[in-house]
Design a protein around this ligand. Structure first.
Ligand code: SF4
Length: 82
């Protein structure tokens, strides 16, 4: 499972790209390419173990789920630069 904060956007914070890029909804910024492996739990990495941003915002995830918040973007894109 990928991080629930992970989204794909082609525009945010006055930055615009031709293809959607990994965007962190917790940090409200585009994900650095090196960190994208953590967001996607690639290799032996896990967002809920290795990302300090996720750990800081983990309580927001469970709160959102309890409220039936269905704003999570589950649309996947192959354009994550991998
Ligand atoms: S793993 Fe960390 S950087 Fe990646 S989307 Fe989740 S909170 Fe943001």
């Amino acid at each position: 499972m990928t991080c629930p904060f992970l989204e794909y956007r082609s525009e945010a914070n006055n930055r615009q790209f031709d293809e959607p890029r990994a965007y962190c909804g917790a940090a409200e910024q585009f994900v650095q390419p090196m960190r994208a492996d953590i967001c996607n739990n690639r290799y032996d990495l896990a967002h809920d173990e290795h990302c300090e941003i996720y750990l800081e915002h983990a309580d927001e995830v469970s709160a959102g789920n309890e409220n039936g918040n269905e704003t999570e973007n589950t649309g996947q894109s192959a354009g994550d630069g991998a």
